[in-house]
Design a protein around this ligand. Sequence first.
Ligand code: ATP
Ligand code: MG
Ligand code: MG
Length: 413
Amino acid sequence: MAQPVIGLLGGGQLGRMLCEAAGPLGIQIAVLDAENCPAKQANHNDLHVTGSFKDPAKIKELAARCDFLTVEIEHVDTEILEEIATKGFEAQDANGKTIKKTIPVHPSWKTIRLIQDKYQQKEYFIQKGIPVAKQMAIQSDSDDARKASLQEAAVKFGLPFMLKGSKGSYDGRGNFKIRSPQDFEVAAKEMGNQPLYAEKWVPFEMELAVMVMRTEDDDGKLIKASPYPVVETIHEDSICTKVFFPPRKVSDDVKARAQKVACDVVSNLWGRGVFAVEMFLLKDGHILVNEVAPRPHNSGHYTIEAVPQMSQYKAQLCSILNTVPDDLALVPRVPSSLMVNILGGAQPTSHDRLVDLTRTMGSSSLDVYLHQYGKESKPGRKIGHITAVGYSSIQRLEQLSRPLITACDEIRA
Ligand code: ATP
Ligand code: MG
Ligand code: MG
């Protein structure tokens, strides 16, 4: 039976890994992005569209040749996605004929629109009783209004606090730690004229993340929010560098609560797919939600090898197509795994040593898997990752993986 075609907005590494999962399943993915983007390098077909995933005309051109639309990035135009999913749109099909159609967009444009604005996202979570850090919108009508608003935040939250851009941020670009009133002006200059909000500083013990697969019927009714295991994420300079499964020295009670919070969050969103819920674990055991990504996520890369029966990429596809087995268990098939990001260093070759290590490492106690994204190296850019899976504890795996961790840290030094 011919499989439906899934249209994908964005063809970076997440799109590439989605295509890698789709190929063996016989699912065709039509990608909207630049000609030689990472996803198209891994998936050749006649359905791709060349252009920007921010261009409404191109999105319609893509939608015309697909049965579903999905995204690998949340920073997309949700007006056009709403139109495609609800009112319908006119477009040319592959034979040049004008057609009018609606197609499902997963996750829903409503979810993407909400999540795009990190301040609104958290206001919604507060409404739903989900624990988050205190926040306040920063006025930006004039320099004086902004300064007064930042002063108010400093009084309300104390120092330091985190100033964040509400929209368009990723990998910590859009975050500014305000340490003293002297930072107000520097921050205002650096952040420019975008909508901002202040967030109370969270002196977290650890950062945790849970991927959740969300299934829903054709009427938009939630079927299930199914959690993957909890992982520990390490961010350095606000960018994720490593992911440990299971988290080190975290009790079963905390793990269960993190999964519960993540499922509560995702149950309150709309549409099918996988979602990453980023959380802060406090010293007293409380959990706060940091933010949600409505798509496969860096913290879920480990599932390719650790949960091979349903990696986060396969889960994205199967939930969209509604082909998830009822009794599926998102249970890892290995006791531990460590994911290390390959970030571009000062030189285009800085990461070579880390990549070379993967060719010599591996034993009966650990397997090492290299993923390169086909992206040009730039300082701090995510250009690949390495997953080590262990056949004993995470502590033992960490010891065995020390050369990877050291090489990863040295690139950044
Ligand atoms: P992503 O690439 O995950 O989308 P982002 O640019 O949206 O990142 P955030 O997730 O808001 O940024 O923050 C990045 C990191 O900065 C967090 O993972 C955490 O390490 C740190 N951070 C964010 N907010 C706070 C806070 N309120 N208190 C302390 N640290 C914080
Ligand atoms: Mg983010
Ligand atoms: Mg984040």
